[in-house]
Write a protein that binds this ligand. Structure first.
Ligand code: FAD
Ligand code: UDP
Length: 398
């Protein structure tokens, strides 16, 4: 509250270090103002404080750290992810080892079922999906032939529709992907970059894991605990429930790390960048198990896309169980950039502005408008840190 008052009289930053009349030197309380306490902001806070000895102030407008990865114990004592299911997976040894400084892990391989034609079948589509769906008994070789017989090869794969239809044909596309995507994005797959649906592979074996990365694990005591460890350092101060714009003028910092939406930073100068939102409906049930898999996708029925049952993810034992439904929304907190050509064009203009804003580093899913998983955000933040620290070394400053 005090900081907010200072920012309105605008003098706080100039009060310190006054020498002669008319000569005012600014004294910086912090080297870095870090906007956002999610993965991007917290990785940079850690590196700048622990590795470079910088003083940092991390500000988040929410009432908690950890950004969208935030988890907490609900009223019944079940550990839940406030912003939907977060499953950690990566092929990067560097990222995994980096995070391992702050948490122990519990091995966890994620599995998802899709509700299609009245059955629950594995997604990504694999051999068992096809056999169950069509009441067949194909081998891996035969299912390859089956896919070839239904596929509609395309000369050029551009959209998310092309990705699926070219591999498994229109019928499977319609059963598993078309409606889910229309619900999730409010767009037809033909209007979305191929990268969106390309996240989901097609398999001819019986592997029913959602991810195949080398490292697949959940933080043993949850994401929030891991973030607490990252941010626990004498050079790191955390200020919650605060939009950085409330305190920016009152608390002078040398440079800024920004992980909020990039268009918002520039007051939507070129118009708003579309971000897809979700509404989460959390429930606790008085039974120990709710559904047959950690996540069940509903491509064709219901207004929600999927239901997650958290105990599968966390390994917690409890006589109750908590779940979350995800209802896609156009308005609300920004969760997903929307990968399509016109948005990439608009982002390019913001990126140019960002590149020409000295002293401000843009990092993360919202600030670089990239549909990144957690591990990709960590890798990006470590890269940003390395370039900051290389620049400082070459400038001879500490
Ligand atoms: P965020 O976590 O969004 O952090 C940005 C922070 O900045 C926020 O806390 C926000 O409050 C704060 N902020 C913004 N503007 C301001 C301001 N003006 N002043 C102060 N603070 C501000 N990834 C995976 O790897 N595996 C998964 O299973 C997975 N599942 C996901 C499921 C859902 C439903 C969603 C939405 C995402 C999922 N992700 C998953 C992606 C993951 O959430 C992101 O990669 C990661 O959280 C991005 O971190 P970030 O720091 O860039 O952004
Ligand atoms: N998708 C789909 N059907 C499914 C699962 C995914 O059509 O059963 C598409 C949909 O467009 C979705 C995208 O693939 O947005 C990526 O899915 P993922 O599960 O990776 O989404 P996230 O967990 O990031 O929300």
């Amino acid at each position: 509250a005090m900081a907010a008052k200072n920012s309105t009289n605008g003098k706080a930053g100039q009060a310190a270090g006054t020498q002669a009349p008319g000569t005012v030197t600014r004294e910086f309380l912090f080297d870095y103002l870090i906007v956002g306490a999610g993965f991007s902001g917290s990785v940079l806070a850690d590196r700048l404080a622990r590795q470079s000895g910088k003083k940092v102030l991390v500000v988040d407008k929410r009432s908690h750290i950890a950004g969208n990865a935030y988890d907490h114990y609900d009223n019944s004592g079940v550990l839940v992810h406030k912003y939907g299911p977060h499953i950690f997976h990566t092929n990067s040894r560097e990222v995994f080892e980096y995070l391992s400084q702050f948490t122990e892990w519990r091995s966890y391989e994620h599995r998802v079922l899709a509700s299609v034609d009245g059955q629950l079948v594995p997604i990504p589509i694999n051999l068992d999906t096809i056999n169950k769906l069509y009441g067949m008994n194909l081998t891996s070789f035969q299912v390859e032939d089956f896919f070839r017989s239904v596929a509609e090869p395309q000369e050029y794969i551009r959209t998310s529709e092309d990705v699926v239809v070219s591999k498994v044909g229109r019928e499977l596309y319609e059963k598993f992907f078309r409606n889910y995507t229309r619900k999730q994005w409010g767009l037809d797959p033909s209007e979305l970059d191929k990268s969106v649906i390309a996240r989901i592979p097609t398999r001819t074996n019986r592997d029913d894991r959602y991810f195949t990365d080398t490292y697949q694990a959940m933080p043993l005591h949850g994401f929030t605990r891991m973030f607490e460890n990252m941010l626990s350092h004498p050079n790191i101060k955390v200020m919650l429930n605060t939009d950085y714009r409330e305190i920016q003028k009152g608390i002078p910092c040398r440079e800024i790390i920004y992980s909020g939406p990039v268009d918002e930073f520039f007051d939507n100068r070129y118009g708003k960048l579309p971000y897809r939102s979700l509404e989460f409906k959390h429930e606790t049930h008085n039974q120990s198990v709710f559904q047959a898999a950690p996540v069940v996708n509903y491509p064709n029925e219901q207004l929600y896309t999927r239901i997650t049952e958290f105990k599968y993810l966390t390994g917690q034992e409890h006589n109750k169980t908590s779940i979350v439904y995800e209802f896609p929304r156009a308005e609300g907190d920004p969760y997903y950039p929307v990968p399509r050509p016109e948005n990439a064009e608009l982002y390019k203009k913001y990126k140019e502005l960002a590149d020409n804003t000295p002293g401000v580093h843009f990092v993360g899913r919202l600030a670089t408008y990239k549909y990144y998983n957690m591990d990709q955000v960590v890798a990006q933040a470590l890269t940003v840190y390395n370039s900051i620290s290389a620049k400082q070394k070459s400038a001879g400053m500490r």
